[in-house]
Design a protein around this ligand. Sequence first.
Ligand code: AMP
Length: 456
Amino acid sequence: MGRRKLRQRQAEEIVKKRQSEHFSLQTLRGMRDIYAHEAEEWVKVRRAVDEMAERFSFNYLETPILENLRLYLRNNKESFSVVNKEMYTFETRGGDEVALRPEITPSIVRAYLEDGMQSWRHPVKLYTFGSIFRYERPQEGRYRQAHQIDFEMIGVESSIAEAQLIQTAFAILRKLGLEDVIVEINSLGCRDCQREYQKQLKRYFSRVKPKLCEDCKRRMQKNPMRVFDCKEEKCQQELAEAPLIMDNLCKACNKHFKEVKEYLDSLAIPYRINVKLVRGLDYYTHTVFEIWKEGDEVSRQNALGGGGRYDHLVEEFGGKFTPAVGFAFGMDRLVAEMMKKKKKRGESPFVFLAQLGDKSRHQALKLFENLWEAGFPVRESFTKTSLRTQLKIAKQEKIRWVLVLGYKETIDESIIIRDQKLGLQQIVSQKELVDFLKKQRKIEEKETKELEKNRQ
Ligand code: AMP
């Protein structure tokens, strides 16, 4: 082979190698792009959250995703949170130790102190959306970059705050059509109750220690209550007889917890007491709670959200004693539930609006708007001129009703309605279109309900 040819081949190989390297660029494990089929649900969730945040007077704020590592460390070494092992940390070029936030509450408490919110009218009610990062083993519904919706009420001691947070969470779920959900609640008592209780727990553990896993042994030293979080069946068996915090609450803590339950009763919110619910964060006192899709709480996989009271965190960050309570939904999990529901319903946009010719395209633009205003989700592909292509798109999107606006229809203000399911076609006047579609929607809703009934 001549030198020129050899060089050319080498150059080609380099390009090929670069291309293959280029194509192997992928998102990191446990991280993903959110687009296409899921996108609509993400927007719906954000809208529902914004609407309910306004209804319940929560103020929007955003905090950086990168924070000083110390924000997550107690006494500069131990972590506030069970996620300490899972943190993404690194040293910046300037030598600062930083962390991608593993949760949002510490950032909000920092902002509360740093941005002078102590002088606001209390309780300070805040909410935000954002990513959290935890280097854990990815599995269904568990990501290394997860997305949370976070609500916090800072500067409130009364038990009504817990009820209001849970009420807000339920209002969001209702808005999203996720109603088969339940709250699990428990009380971890105040710091005094916890101190006394931990002594008892340690005594109990000293008897069963050899039979517990290494993780539990470590937790026993740092925060014995967290042992209840262990997923090992062997450990759970050993813990079956362990003393419970619920049986060791002082009078004031009992009263606080009783009030929370009474408020939930008044709101008719379904709840269950889980005496072993401790949650993974050290700073919780009094009420902790989790929201589960009914049935999922048995497997303890994929809670939709969780929260609790953290009366001492502001103090630990250098502020004065400021009781507070917070809650976070897993946005990925809410969206996943909505996707499941959507799949079950076989839902797709209701109508597709096709057009043929310049004149009808003008009319179609306005008709598109009118249909949305009348409450009908419409899809279109106005940039396409061929009717065949438009019908193909409608088919791909599984849309039953296709409206066709041709030259003749534009002139006499009528429209062709094609029923893709039955292969039928008819012409109605544009004035009657909305009534026609309303009637069809009612028929379809009735059919879906009957189908669901038969399935059960
Ligand atoms: P936490 O901050 O641990 O109290 O979690 C609150 C909620 O965020 C959970 O109930 C989940 O819905 C969600 N969440 C937490 N970690 C993850 C994760 N790794 N992947 C997906 N969702 C998560």
